[in-house]
Design a protein. Structure first.
Length: 583
């Protein structure tokens, strides 16, 4: 039996809970360090040691077993607390593996940029989870993976005929099969039978796909790029936006101004003498009089008394009406109400765009990534004081201020013409309510579009079990748990699995990782077929010769020091890690 390494988890809430659970599932002893006695009560559970930091942090870490621990995972709610723990742990144990949650890219980059052999990993939940949401919104079904210098592809392709996966796809490795009724099987064997109409996610190189007559959709990597709206449509949208946002009195005063111009033109054309007036002259002179810009070419000085009195009234009425029109126009241009409506005006001519609901660290990251792929994005945010509004403005992403559970707000964001909707607030209940409202906004098209998978509605739900229940009850196909997407990175880094990437098939997350076979670990001498049936070994880099085996055969065995590139659901990769830990 190999010594069971220990992991110290600093934090007791949020992502710290599933990290602790997954570490326990992998067979790693866990000690949790908390700041208060109340937190200690919440963190206490079977198999977990708890240390309360009542004094200096260093003493608490030593009491938690820092001297013999293999890793310290810093996942408290406050970033300063995480940074402090990482620095103190590094000072006390220079060789310990440290995994830190930090959203500040500058500080995180400086913390991870060490050249002294330290094992520092800095992770941000938003960065880890955002790609999966972007892929769901853009309908990306092709995932590129670089393993040991080999570019392999996990691509979702339709099954064209009945048969086994081996008969249809040959040596391509199956990662998932989704039946036409929606049931999914993860990492089935090559002898798994499929039927026409099913969808299979297969793993291989581009040449291997081409050998079976399968073309990988390159366009999906960047998402569909809708044709920019034409000038006519933009002009119409601008006019509609102006009409909606302007004060109704503006149009009344404008109507009065036009009426004055018509009456004045008619009077001057009929009664002005010496030398007489054409229609164009009458329009010109009327405009000149109403605007009170002075005379020079035409005057009323030698006209009849009645016409001169008419000119006095016309000037006063023109001055008053023009002033009111300009006042309403100024309100339209500079008022806060119109500033908040800027997002609605920009969104009004959009179609095929992506609507992101919820402007937080996660929402702005997703919106930026989608915009970077060439798709138009509209963000819906409830609070006018949101701190990320300036970031959205800097990225030229329009923001619609309003409650996304209201039909009027969804209409302002043109949800009914959107190509995808991502509901990403930090409250699960709000996300579920908003998702249902979005479904209502799509109306009769909801069922048809979902069946055809044309308009994905992506819901952020923190708890995976809740996400599965929501998907089953309300029919949402794209429910994403940020916790499920981020946890494998933290757990893998703590246990020595270098997570290279993650992607999602249906609602299941797959992890691609690199694992070095420990000389005293349980994987030495283990053949491929002895691993979990739901794990695929992409390639093996041999330690003794440096040779690369791709793809490894079922009878291939691991040797000490080998680097194995593996892919599968993260629970299955945890089973591989546990196999490595216990011989």
């Amino acid at each position: 039996m190999v010594r069971q390494p220990g992991v110290i988890v600093c934090g007791h809430a949020g992502v710290a809970v599933p990290i602790t659970d997954h570490l326990l599932a992998a067979g790693a002893p866990v000690t949790v360090v908390v700041r208060t006695a109340d937190a200690a009560a919440r963190a206490t559970r079977d198999g977990v040691g708890v240390v309360v930091c009542a004094g200096p942090l260093g003493e608490a870490l030593i009491a938690a077993g820092l001297e013999t621990a293999d890793a310290v995972v810093c996942v408290e709610d406050g970033e300063m607390a995480n940074l402090e723990t990482a620095l103190v742990a590094r000072r006390l144990r220079p060789d310990v593996r440290i995994v830190t949650r930090l959203a500040n890219a500058t500080v995180g980059g400086a913390l991870a940029a060490t050249d002294d052999g330290h094992h520092d990993t800095v992770l941000d939940v938003a960065d880890l989870a955002a790609p999966s949401v972007v892929e769901a919104c853009l309908g990306i079904t092709t995932h590129r993976i670089t393993a040991a210098g080999i570019d392999v592809v996990a691509a979702t392709v339709p099954v064209g005929r009945d048969g086994t996966l081996r008969e249809i796809f040959g040596d391509l490795a199956p990662l998932a099969v989704t039946a036409h009724d929606g049931e999914m099987v993860a990492c089935p064997g090559r002898d798994h039978r499929v039927a026409a109409g099913d969808v299979a996610t297969m793993l291989g190189t581009a040449d291997e796909f081409a050998a079976h007559g399968l073309t990988i959709d390159e366009v999906s990597e960047e998402g569909a790029r809708p044709r920019p709206p034409g000038m006519v449509r933009r002009a119409r949208a601008a006019v509609r936006s102006f009409v909606r946002d302007a004060n109704p009195n503006f149009f009344r005063m404008l109507l009065v101004l036009v009426a004055l111009l018509v009456v004045s033109t008619t009077v001057l054309r009929l009664f002005y003498r010496k030398p007489g007036m054409s229609v164009l002259d009458a329009v010109y002179f009327s405009t000149e009089t109403i605007a009170t810009v002075g005379y020079g070419d035409f005057t009323f000085s030698d006209q009849a008394v009645a016409l001169r009195i008419f000119s006095i009234v016309l000037m006063f009425l023109g001055l008053t009406t023009t002033a009111m029109v300009m006042a309403f126009l100024a309100e339209l241009l500079i008022s806060r109400r119109i500033a908040e409506a800027a997002g609605r005006r920009r969104a009004r001519f959009m179609t095929g765009h992506v609507v992101v609901i919820g402007l937080g660290a996660f929402g702005i990251r997703v919106a930026r990534d989608i915009a970077a792929r060439g798709r138009e994005v509209v963000i819906v945010e409830r609070s006018v004081d949101n701190r990320f509004l300036s970031a959205a403005s800097a990225s030229s992403i329009p923001v619609v201020i309003g409650d996304a559970t209201l039909a009027s707000t969804l209409a302002d964001a043109r949800v009914h013409t959107a190509g995808a909707v991502a509901v990403l607030t930090s409250d699960d209940m709000v996300n579920i309510e908003t998702g249902i409202a979005v479904r209502g906004a799509l109306g009769d098209a909801w069922a048809t579009r979902v069946d055809r998978r044309g308009v994905p509605v992506v819901l952020r739900v923190f708890d995976r079990a809740m996400g599965d229940a929501v998907a089953d009850r309300f029919g949402f196909r794209n429910v994403r748990s940020t916790t499920e997407l981020a946890v494998p990175w933290f757990v893998g880094a703590a246990l020595g699995l270098q997570v290279l990437s993650t992607f999602t098939v249906q609602s299941m997350s797959f992890v691609v990782g690199r694992l070095r076979v420990a000389p005293d670990g349980g994987l030495v001498g283990v053949a491929m077929q002895e691993l979990s049936a739901h794990t695929r070994v992409i390639a093996i880099r041999r330690h003794d010769s440096g040779d690369l085996e791709y793809p490894p055969r079922r009878g291939t065995s691991f040797a000490a020091g080998d680097e194995a590139y593996v892919v599968g659901p993260h629970e299955e990769l945890l089973a591989v890690l546990e196999h490595q830990r216990v011989g």
